[in-house]
Design a binder for this molecule. Structure first.
Ligand code: SF4
Length: 279
């Protein structure tokens, strides 16, 4: 039986970031109209987690806006992680909170977090073209920190930011060194108000990127995240013909995703069963 792992996202805080990541709707220079808020209540996140679990999600990712963790944010995420674990013990919790020290990550692990998501986004060589307020090396180090304290890694990147083919190869080599448990591929979604001149990727080019990622990361679960619906459109379920074994279910941080019910129906019709355990 073919299997697919489903992961849903909760945007715990949104649009309150001082960084200048050019691809991100939450960056301080973007004019994108998004809902901005400091922190959701645990009850609100638990309701989202229950909805995700009822729709066969195994992963549930707690995402915060901003460059990284501080003491207050670590406490907030840990509190919410405890609340979700208590109500939805079958969900595997992922945290995605930017740059983080080993101590902060250890607190999240104690609160029941299983995996840390911190994407490299692009190559080390290209990173300064899309962000000047923090470095690629800091991102890489956060992944090493997560690994060192025993969190599983979820680490990938974005394609279509204007990077070269060499940049793509370089990012995949860096990802291979980290050997993450899962690796999300995002295809850049251009939104009015972002100050970036992106590439427009063709569907066949994107399928090629998926195949190259599967080849470069043979031990890693390759996940398709943002851009699945907008890039592949009616061909979106063909991604599974190229080695994809996980997708993001529901909405992304500030953009709409496919409806959960359509994804579930389409996957069942194609003979997929849903992964219920990570190991
Ligand atoms: S640090 Fe994160 S939230 Fe802030 S602009 Fe960059 S990607 Fe967006």
């Amino acid at each position: 039986m073919k299997q697919v792992m489903l992961c849903a996202i909760s945007s715990l805080s949104c649009g309150i970031c001082d960084e200048d990541c050019a691809y991100c709707t939450q960056n301080k220079n973007s004019d994108v109209k998004i809902k901005r808020y400091k922190i959701k209540s645990p009850d609100e996140v638990v309701a989202e987690a229950k909805m995700a679990s009822a729709n066969h999600a195994l992963g549930f990712c707690l995402v915060t806006s901003g460059v990284g963790l501080d003491d207050k944010k670590t406490e907030d995420v840990a509190r919410i992680a405890h609340a979700v674990s208590a109500e939805c013990p079958d969900l595997m919790l992922i945290a995605c909170n930017g740059l983080a020290s080993k101590e902060q990550l250890a607190e999240l692990k104690k609160a029941g977090v299983f995996s840390y998501n911190h994407n490299l986004e692009t190559s080390r060589e290209f990173y300064h073209k899309i962000c000047t307020t923090h470095s690629w090396d800091e991102r890489y180090q956060t992944n090493l920190n997560a690994k060192e304290i025993g969190l599983e890694l979820c680490c990938g990147g974005i394609y279509g930011l204007g990077e070269s083919k060499e940049d793509r190869i370089s990012m995949r080599k860096s990802l291979a060194k980290l050997n993450p448990f899962s690796s999300p591929i995002n295809f850049f979604i251009n939104v009015d108000g972002l100050k970036i001149t992106p590439d427009s990727l063709s569907v066949d080019e994107a399928f090629g990127i998926i195949k190259d990622s599967v080849k470069a990361l043979p031990n890693t679960r390759i996940m398709i995240a943002a851009g699945r619906e907008s890039l592949f459109k009616q061909r979106q379920y063909e991604i599974f013909n190229h080695g994809v074994s996980a997708i993001v279910l529901g909405d992304y941080l500030t953009t709409k995703g496919e409806s959960m019910s359509r994804d579930i129906a389409e996957l069942k019709a194609r003979g997929f069963e849903f992964v219920t355990k990570c190991h």
